[in-house]
Design a protein around this ligand. Structure first.
Ligand SMILES: Cc1ncc(COP(=O)(O)O)c(C=O)c1O
Length: 368
């Protein structure tokens, strides 16, 4: 089994040089406009709005959906704190929902119990590129009148039951930070079919200037979360190669999971039967004793992974939030037992062979 070749960097340099040659020009936004038009087309939605990060995309999206003080927003505890920060920034309250260890999808029984008259929205998070069942999500939200804002930061390219990540809800949010499949160094984008939401997001990312039709510029407090021109140029060049970037990540993940197929104590977590997974992060269930310590050990040995390197813990237990009376136990079980290897576009066959060697050695010598 071999990997697809490292994507050609020449188009990136070409677009970057074009962006630089137009700078400094505060009115120049050619790459940004092209990125937004081409992203909307490639992702099959009416509008795409580029911003400075995935966090900023969520912030603009939630603002555009009218989330504000006094509102409650359902968020899986199985996520990073960046999903939740924009909820708080808008004065709303995150309400953490557990996930099901058998599927990694939301625990809808738990979610149903946590809905109150103040609940306005739900943010499904497609962590590691895995999508929950879109039909169940849509039915849950519509029965309760909730807006769906998807955190698809890691999920570009995943399709479940025919629904691309980011298109199940009212708005889908992506990150383009380094390490993401579609990257621009830093950056983010939201997609939506609603022209009103897109206009709000464009105003929100730039201190309400230009304002949506019928509103005065600078008439509301907002943010500066514009995407800088050189980064828009990188985003555009990468977007034009998105199928190749996706194929490379999928090939890297297949390669590593294939090499680790027979390691005692480690079992690949297969995607759902109706899921075309983007392969964001090779996922394995750790059936060894002290699984979190095992992931931390691998991180120390140079195999980057979600729990070992980035100390991913259930978000409801993070210090900014009140200590949960009933912690999300399914989420803790998932995170404690999941090895999610962190990949980057530049990881070669040699990198992945090295990871295989380290993981194989560590698993075979791991003592209870
Ligand atoms: C699931 C998830 N949500 C949100 C974010 C925030 O994106 P950014 O770092 O671009 O602000 C990230 C970034 O890694 C993420 O993985």
């Amino acid at each position: 089994m071999t990997l697809t070749p490292t994507p050609d960097r020449a188009p990136l340099l070409r677009e970057m040089t074009a962006a630089l040659s137009a700078m400094p020009d505060p009115t120049a936004c050619g790459h940004l406009r092209s990125f937004e038009d081409e992203a909307a087309h490639a992702l099959g939605t009416g509008h795409a709005v580029a911003v400075s990060s995935g966090t900023a995309a969520l912030h603009a999206a939630l603002s555009a959906c009218g989330i504000g003080p006094g509102d409650e927003v359902l968020v899986p505890a199985l996520t990073v704190i960046m999903t939740v920060a924009p909820v708080r920034a808008l004065g709303a309250m995150p309400v953490f929902v557990d996930s099901d260890p058998a599927t990694l999808d939301l625990d809808y029984e738990d979610a149903a119990q946590k809905v109150t008259p103040r609940t306005r929205a739900i943010i499904p998070v497609h962590l590691w590129g895995r999508m929950g069942d879109p039909g169940t999500l849509a039915a849950f939200a519509s029965e309760r009148g909730l807006t769906i804002v998807e955190d698809a930061a890691q999920a570009i390219g995943t399709i479940r039951n025919g629904r691309p990540a980011g298109t199940v809800g009212t708005v889908g949010c992506f990150s383009m930070k380094d390490g993401k499949i579609l990257w621009s160094g830093e950056g983010g984008a939201l997609i939506t079919d609603s022209g009103q939401i897109a206009e709000h997001a464009r105003a929100f990312r730039s201190h309400w200037q230009p304002a949506p039709p019928g509103e005065a510029p600078l008439s509301r407090l907002a943010t500066n979360s514009r995407l800088a021109a050189p980064l828009a140029a990188l985003a555009l060049a990468n977007l034009r190669h998105l199928p190749a970037l996706l194929e490379r990540r999928r090939a890297q993940t297949r390669y590593l999971l294939n090499a680790l197929e027979r390691i005692p104590g480690l079992t690949a977590l297969a995607p759902a039967a109706d899921e075309e997974w983007n392969g964001f992060s090779p996922l394995l269930h750790i059936g060894l004793s002290r699984p979190r310590a095992f992931a931390e050990h691998l991180a120390q040995q140079g195999v980057p992974n979600s729990t070992g390197s980035f100390r991913l813990v259930p978000c409801d237990t993070r210090p900014p939030f009140p200590r949960p009376q009933q912690p999300c136990r399914g989420t803790a079980e998932i995170l404690d037992h999941t090895l999610a290897v962190v990949l980057a576009e530049g990881d070669t066959q040699a990198t992945l062979d090295h990871y295989t060697d380290v993981i194989t050695r560590a698993a075979s010598t791991w003592t209870p």
